[in-house]
Design a protein around this ligand. Structure first.
Ligand code: SF4
Length: 417
């Protein structure tokens, strides 16, 4: 690799590290025609401890940008080293790294060179060359450039596994403050287009198996947390809206890393809100797998997530009137809401109780965290002696019995995957 390419790689991989939305889960692309790569088992789920994906070559095509978004390291007013790859350079790098087994796919984002289409065309060309000229079947995640034309987005969907458009700032007021040149509608329009195409492709696939793939891993987006003063309620409500309205596969959260002396932003040296980011991911999990609605987790009275306890425990403590539930009789959906019981334990409970009533011992064997669950359940041979305990007392019991997990979370990010 030439010195110049090495230098570009250093600059453009470093600039890409602020983007967390590079999970490759959800794709089923298979190797075909003796091609190279496969997004199957073992490839798509390598994450760093803080939840960031490391198995992809994650770079920007360029960190030149015509925009000046205050929160972004690539903003035009930032005095940094700039670089840009050519289309062929990205293709060659991807292939070389893939052959050496360094990566399992490509995550490609970009600053905006000249205009949205000029940049998007180059991103699409890279994916097209990889697929068509190199028969590359590894994972490709392309960042869609806001305001790019639908034709280009369509083409991108033919080659990429996942497409994403970062919303970055959760509210319109925040966007106006920090990125006044950007328009929310330029981000929304491609999302609508993608959603429509994804729905159309999946309908057509039911009729014709030969329907070409279109972004089989769907679309995702990213929200920056802590740059513009939004409450968790605003963030979670926005995430729910985007899940429902645009069938997002994932909404990613990225704690703002102070990089600028701009008075509109937290000053350099301010802690990155990693614990908050983690709580938001847990909330996201509750909405996607546990049947929670945003309004149940946060409200006008409770607009911020607790940092010392997870959002499910927080919800349960605010709804003690719904507990305890009888683990041998309650519906699956209620069992899911018990702190200490996850999706897989809830399923096992419902299956196992057909063969006889469960007690604390059997719940423990199933994998239930009894030290938390016991305050919210009754089961065979077990009933809380002081069932009228106050929520704050239960919280303190739980915190003291699981210190390392809950208290540590305030200072450091938990493993997310
Ligand atoms: S348009 Fe994108 S790359 Fe350019 S400054 Fe804004 S966030 Fe950064």
């Amino acid at each position: 690799m030439s010195e110049r390419i090495k230098e570009k790689l250093e600059i453009l991989a470093d600039a890409a590290k602020y983007d967390v939305s590079c999970s490759s889960s959800g794709s089923t692309r298979k190797n075909k025609e003796k091609g190279l790569g496969n997004t199957g088992a073992g490839i798509c789920h390598t994450y760093t401890e803080d939840g960031r994906c490391v198995s992809l070559l994650k770079i920007l095509l360029t960190n030149h940008c015509i925009f000046d978004c205050a929160y972004c390291v690539s903003r035009r007013s930032n005095d940094i080293k700039r670089a840009a790859f050519t289309v062929q350079e990205v293709v060659d790098l991807t292939m070389n790294f893939y052959r050496r087994n360094y990566i399992e796919g490509l995550f490609l984002s970009s600053g905006i060179f000249k205009d949205a289409d000029y940049t998007m065309e180059r991103l699409v060309l890279i994916a097209k060359k990889l697929r068509q000229e190199h028969n590359f079947n590894g994972y490709i995640h392309l960042k869609t450039i806001p305001a790019a034309s639908p034709e280009l987005i369509h083409e991108a969907g033919m080659y990429a596994d996942r497409l994403s458009i970062n919303l970055e700032i959760p509210t319109d007021a925040g966007l106006k403050l920090l990125a006044p040149e950007k328009k929310r509608e330029d981000m929304i329009k491609p999302m609508v287009y993608l959603k429509d195409q994804l729905v159309k492709t999946s309908e057509e696939k039911k009729l014709f198996r030969s329907t070409p793939h279109f972004a089989p891993a769907g679309q995702s987006t990213q929200l920056i947390i802590g740059a513009s003063g939004e409450s968790d309620k605003q963030i979670i409500t926005a995430a729910q809206y985007f899940y429902k309205k645009f069938q997002m596969k994932r909404v990613y959260y990225s704690g703002y890393v102070p990089i600028s002396y701009d008075s509109r932003l937290p000053s350099i040296g301010t802690d990155v809100p990693t614990a908050r980011e983690n709580r938001l991911y847990q909330t996201d999990w509750l909405m996607r797998f546990y049947g929670f609605q945003a309004e149940e987790i946060v409200s006008d009275q409770h607009p911020l997530l607790d940092l010392d306890i997870d959002p499910k425990l927080s919800w349960a403590l605010r709804h003690m009137d719904r507990f305890p539930i009888d683990i041998n009789k309650a519906d699956y959906q209620f069992i899911l809401r018990v702190p200490g019981i996850g999706v897989s334990s809830a399923k096992k409970i419902v299956a196992a109780r057909k063969f006889g009533p469960l007690n604390l011992d059997s719940l423990q064997k199933i994998g239930v965290a009894i030290n938390r669950a016991k305050y919210f359940i009754v089961c065979k041979g077990f009933m809380q002696i002081y069932a009228d305990k106050r929520a704050d007392i239960i919280k303190s019991y739980i915190l003291s019995s699981s210190k390392s997990k809950y208290l540590g979370a305030v200072n450091q990010q938990l493993q997310l995957f």
